[in-house]
Write a protein that binds this ligand. Structure first.
Ligand code: ADP
Ligand code: MG
Length: 339
């Protein structure tokens, strides 16, 4: 019998991997924002056109890339963030798979300008469908700008699958807000078709929440803090009377990464027991710090799910600390703008 197995060419493998990492324009925004944060960016600007279908551009003032790295970063499994599998258990960065840029470059027209602080000239590189089209030295500010045009241009089925601009923009705003809430100390802006949607200055957490969700939010926030051997909790829950009819303002961050957890959500809801009207959802912005060794973030390509070692203990601590905060609040309102 003839041999029939062969290795897939890189551009095909990249395109397949892209299917997992990049579902829609918002996924690109998330990956690029996370890279900018990992690069130490303090001022990060996002520009999109037609809900990201034609243009997504992210500019940061982070550490930039050398000439060789500017080419390498588009290779599959190319990362500066981990070396060994053990490193996965002490992650300090958002990225680690080295898949995002390779995936994005396989399914869009990508242009990147980047310059490290210690170089006079930067690198400008263009890639289409995993192929480098050009690479040359250029004058560019310190940091990195990545421009992603015509997403899914070579996968018509995916492109047709995209929803209306309104829906896709909603996804973009959701991702942008999650990242911005996770990093109140970083300045972010978002522009769509030339208009400014968000301009978020460097601030503390309360101020960041207010800047995103509006001035009225301030009066409804009840601070939550807890420090135990296995978890640190910090953040706010909304007062019960401000609970919403939808789940819009519910955010968990674990080690500064937005995650979804129906289980922990249940713990919060349990803490509000007896305080909420039917079909009302409390707002929450909760930041959990845990030992990276006690979680596994590598269970889903979008990294929005986490496996905790001791989920049950976290549940109990979370519920009781929120209950305590709500109780305290009823006795003596706390409205401290400096937290
Ligand atoms: P990962 O983030 O998992 O390492 P990516 O494909 O997202 O994988 O990025 C590959 C590499 O490119 C990163 O490890 C990093 O070294 C470099 N990189 C990507 N974006 C930036 C950026 N905005 N500034 C500096 N370096 C970057
Ligand atoms: Mg990345």
């Amino acid at each position: 019998m003839n041999d029939v197995i062969h290795l897939l060419p890189d551009h095909v493998a990249n395109q397949i991997a892209a299917g997992e990492v990049v579902q829609r324009p918002a996924s690109v925004i998330k990956e690029l924002l996370e890279n900018s944060i990992d690069a130490g960016g303090q001022n990060i600007k996002v520009l999109v056109k037609e809900a990201g279908k034609t243009l997504i551009q992210v500019t940061d003032d982070g550490k930039g890339m050398s000439l060789t790295d500017a080419r390498m970063c588009f290779e599959r499994h190319a990362t500066s963030k981990i070396n060994t599998a053990e490193d996965l258990f002490s992650l300090k960065t958002k990225g680690f798979r080295g898949e995002a840029l390779a995936s994005i470059a396989a399914i869009a027209h990508v242009e990147m300008k980047t310059r490290p602080g210690d170089e006079e000239l930067g690198t400008c590189i263009k890639i289409e469908g995993s192929e480098v089209v050009s690479q040359e030295p250029c004058v560019t500010p310190e940091g990195t700008t990545i421009c992603v045009k015509n997403l899914f241009y070579n996968i018509p089925a995916r492109r047709n699958f995209l929803k209306s601009d309104t829906v896709e923009l909603r996804h973009i705003i959701d991702e942008f807000q999650r990242v911005a809430l996770a990093h109140p100390g970083i300045q972010f802006s978002l522009f769509h078709n030339g208009s400014e949607l968000f301009q978020l200055p460097e601030s503390n957490l309360r101020q960041r929440i207010v800047n995103i969700f509006g001035g009225k939010t301030n009066e409804k926030l009840v601070p939550v803090t807890e420090e135990t051997d296995i978890i640190g909790i910090n953040g706010f829950v909304g007062k019960p009377e401000f609970a919403k009819k939808s789940r819009g303002e519910q955010f968990f961050f674990v080690n500064d990464r937005f995650i979804k957890s129906p289980y922990l959500n249940h713990a919060v809801t349990a803490a509000f027991e007896g305080l909420l009207k039917d079909k009302a959802y409390p707002s929450y912005f909760l930041y959990l710090q845990v030992d990276p060794k006690s979680i596994d973030i590598n269970i889903h390509p979008t990294k929005t799910q986490i496996k905790f070692d001791d989920e049950h203990a976290l549940y109990t601590i979370l519920r009781s600390s929120i209950k305590h905060s709500l109780g305290q609040f009823n006795v003596a309102p706390v409205l401290d703008f400096d937290r």
